[in-house]
Design a protein around this ligand. Structure first.
Ligand code: FE2
Length: 309
């Protein structure tokens, strides 16, 4: 028998009291959100007849998620971070803000304050024996005008699929740089070809994905924040073509316009022109930004990030 009490006046009043709606202190927005969360929670408990064992398992899961710092990973894996992108896309469409390179998720591994370079930067510290990568392109306005002085803030994983700062074995800001575009809006960098990666196999995110019958793997990708005066901030990634998880990303970040062709070359004459030897890879990718007069649209979204002041 499914016993329900959430519809009763006393239960409603109880939830209002618990969310602070019956006092005049605190924050009205927080109260509205918590009231909704409590109401929806009791509906889930009653609708799905959640047992006390299941309830306490979920509470313990949240503790586990916090201890392992995986909440940011879980919201990516459950597609909620991608859902925010879809919602912002729909808002843009309604507001007539079309065009430009599509946005996609930031993920939880950005670190603020990477070294700033003009036009060109080398991202890797030379320790990782990965294939040398040269990536270059132009930052432009949707009307095709090159944007000089734009900032290409780039970060990616090493060949082990881990990120500096979060992987303490890598040097500071390894595979992270901010590159200011030249007079033609061009940026260029040397790095190593990143690997795809998966959720920590023993962590709570993977544990939940296992329950859903899903894997926790991402295709190889490179993250970017692109910003320029009088233009909308862009949070995006490129995915390397040919990766087995290209269209099966557990975080749903792949978008057709963001698939970058990567070409590998063993031409030693060209390698020498690049100042390297052995096999190397190249990616050409341009970023297009929408104009805006709104200062707030020129900034990245507010959230807690490593080393962000
Ligand atoms: Fe990533």
């Amino acid at each position: 028998m499914n016993v329900r009490i959430s519809h009763t006046a006393s239960a409603q009043k109880f939830l209002e009291d618990a969310s602070g709606l019956l006092n005049d202190q605190g924050n009205p927005r927080a109260k509205a959100l918590i009231y909704r969360i409590l109401r929806d929670s009791v509906n889930i408990i009653e609708d799905l007849q959640v047992t006390p064992q299941e309830f306490w398992k979920a509470v313990n899961y949240l503790n586990e998620l916090g201890t392992r710092q995986e909440a940011g990973l879980l919201v990516a894996g459950l597609g909620l971070e991608h859902y925010l992108d879809l919602l912002m896309d729909a808002e843009d469409e309604q507001a007539g803000k079309a065009g430009g390179t599509p946005r996609t998720i930031e993920g939880p591994l950005y670190v603020a304050g990477a070294p700033l370079a003009d036009g060109f930067a080398r991202l890797d510290d030379g320790v990782d024996p990965g294939v040398v990568l040269f990536m270059q392109g132009q930052v432009k306005n949707t009307d095709g005008t090159p944007l000089a002085g734009a900032v290409v803030d780039v970060w990616h994983a090493n060949t082990g699929g881990t990120y500096s700062y979060f992987d303490g074995s890598q040097s500071e800001f390894n595979l992270r740089r901010r590159i200011v575009t030249d007079a033609e809006g061009r940026y260029r960098f040397q790095s190593i070809v990143p690997s795809g990666y998966g959720c920590p196999p023993d962590g709570p995110t993977q544990q939940l994905l296992d329950q859903l019958g899903r894997h926790g793997q991402r295709p190889a990708h490179i993250h970017f924040f692109i910003s320029a005066d009088d233009h909308r901030h862009l949070t995006t990634q490129i995915n390397l073509d040919g990766d087995q998880y290209l269209h099966d990303d557990f975080a749903y970040a792949t978008r057709d316009e963001l698939i970058a062709r990567i070409t590998f070359s063993d031409d030693q004459q060209r390698a020498a022109e690049h100042g390297v030897s052995g096999r190397f890879a190249e990616i050409d990718f341009d970023f297009t930004l929408q104009s805006t007069a709104q200062p707030q649209e020129q900034q990245r979204s507010e959230r807690v990030r490593a080393l962000e002041a």
